[in-house]
Design a protein around this ligand. Structure first.
Ligand code: SUG
Length: 448
């Protein structure tokens, strides 16, 4: 049976704003309190997803899905923090007396679906099912409230237990900090055979090894090993590597900000891993075939440019035979040093032969590039056939989603705009409509 990669992009939520919520994420912090445009954000994300859906339909090489946004403000979180009364009371009290907490409970950060879950295709798992573990995202409070709804959504879409296995998020403790697919890459030589699952962690929580000095290591080795174990991955096909702590301190809060892999190719910066040569060798040994690693030096691209351009948060699509394409953020085209790096990657004899740039500025300003916006799920036709929800992005779904966004989304948003019951009601009625468009059933708390 042949397998295909499906990118599930997160549809940006109605509450997309710049809250400055992520310590260690340079863009989030520097755009704090800027005015956001949720409508533009959602349309930018949809335009990228539609372009890839069209290209994939034409060449038959990949597919494109969509994951819905979450309900915000998230009242279960506010209730858990001691706010009581009617929905309107809870919103008013928290917004008035604890505006920062209120803003965190309004975050639309679930749009970055690379952090939704870790996904292991059925080719790699002991029981032959496709496994999902929603990320607990404990390092940042505003993201730690995502995993339950994420689990509901994944279970609603990938409902068939014969094909799909769903795990609970890991325990809510920094020992087990887990940020999902942003720190997980799968390499393969043949897309329809077992691949190598590569887990990158920021620190070993219980070890004496080096750790970043200033910013949090959001992913622990402990978390990565639990997932490898519970997904039933083969030890000889699993590689763990530590991120360079200095990179985390420079603003590289996830591995996908400094490295990206696809098939038999990886492009990364020399500061990506603590032990780069050992990491490349272990990956190639596990792959049992040639792995093309394009390592970019700090001399060619200082770490500050890595963080500002988000070059390594590109998606890579296609295959080694027909050629791969880098899907880069527009910010990368504007930086001459980055442009030169891309030209060199295309010119060398690796599998990449093209680049396309996309404008996802609304997301970028919160530290989320093209690759943050998608969750990769490798499936065969039977597994795709088992999905009953309307999540595959064809012309019809795209048109319905654009109409839905244009009907419900604001063009200007700051935290104060979300501080009344009206915004909450607006969001719930929009999401209720969306869950019907996407045939998701009841995945939201307000639908209980
Ligand atoms: O977790 N930003 C997200 C960006 C996530 C990017 N994802 C990947 N690299 N895969 C984060 O830091 C900022 C929200 C705010 O400040 O309003 C935020 O959550």
């Amino acid at each position: 049976m042949t397998f295909k990669e499906y990118n599930f992009d997160g549809l940006v939520g109605l509450s997309h704003h710049y809250g400055g919520h992520s310590f260690g994420n340079v863009a989030s912090r520097s755009n704090s309190a800027a005015v956001s445009n949720p409508r533009e954000a959602a349309l930018q994300g949809l335009a990228k997803a539609k372009a890839l859906a069209d290209a994939g339909r034409e060449n038959g090489l990949w597919g494109q899905g969509i994951l819905p946004p979450q309900e915000r403000p998230f009242l279960p979180a506010l209730r858990g923090l001691g706010f009581v009364g009617s929905d309107a009371d809870i919103i008013a009290q928290s917004a008035q007396h604890h505006p920062q907490i209120f803003a965190k409970c309004c975050s639309a950060a679930s749009m970055w679906t690379a952090n939704a879950a870790t996904v292991s295709p059925s080719l790699d798992t002991q029981d032959g099912r496709l496994h999902f573990t929603p990320a607990n995202l404990v390092a940042m409070y505003h993201r730690s409230i995502e995993h339950e709804t994420t689990g509901n959504v994944l279970k609603a879409i990938f409902a068939d237990e014969g094909h799909f296995a769903h795990h609970e998020a890991l325990p809510q403790n920094m020992l087990y900090g887990d940020e999902g697919a942003a720190n997980h890459t799968r390499f393969y030589d043949d897309i329809s055979k077992q691949g190598v699952e590569f887990f990158v962690y920021g620190a070993e929580a219980l070890g004496d090894g080096v750790k970043p000095a200033n910013f949090p290591a959001r992913q622990t080795l402990e978390a990565s090993t639990i997932i490898a174990r519970s997904h039933g991955l083969g030890a000889d096909k699993t590689v763990f590597a530590q991120q360079h702590p200095d990179a985390i301190d420079a603003g590289v809060f996830h591995n996908d900000v400094i490295a990206v892999g696809h098939g038999n190719f990886m492009m990364c910066h020399e500061m990506a891993f603590l032990h780069p040569q050992q990491t490349y060798a272990e990956l190639e040994a596990a792959l049992g075939a040639k792995l093309f690693v394009h390592e970019v030096s700090a001399e060619d691209l200082p770490i500050e440019d890595v963080v500002s351009s988000y070059l390594f948060n590109s998606q890579i699509i296609g295959n080694a035979k027909d050629g791969m394409t880098i899907i880069a953020p527009e910010e990368s085209a504007k930086n001459a040093r980055v442009k030169a790096v891309i030209d060199r990657i295309i010119a060398d004899n690796g599998p990449v032969n093209a680049v396309r740039y996309f404008d996802v500025k609304q997301s970028m300003q919160n530290g989320g590039g093209p690759a943050c916006l998608r969750l990769r799920v490798l499936m065969n036709d039977d597994q795709v056939g088992a999905i009953k929800a309307r999540v595959m992005l064809d012309d019809g779904l795209y048109a319905d989603l654009v109409t839905w966004v244009e009907k419900h989304y604001r063009e200007r948003l700051v935290v104060a705009d979300m501080a009344g019951a009206a915004f909450y009601t607006e969001c719930c009625s929009a999401l209720d409509e969306l869950s019907k468009i996407m045939q998701l059933g009841h995945v939201y708390d307000f639908q209980k």
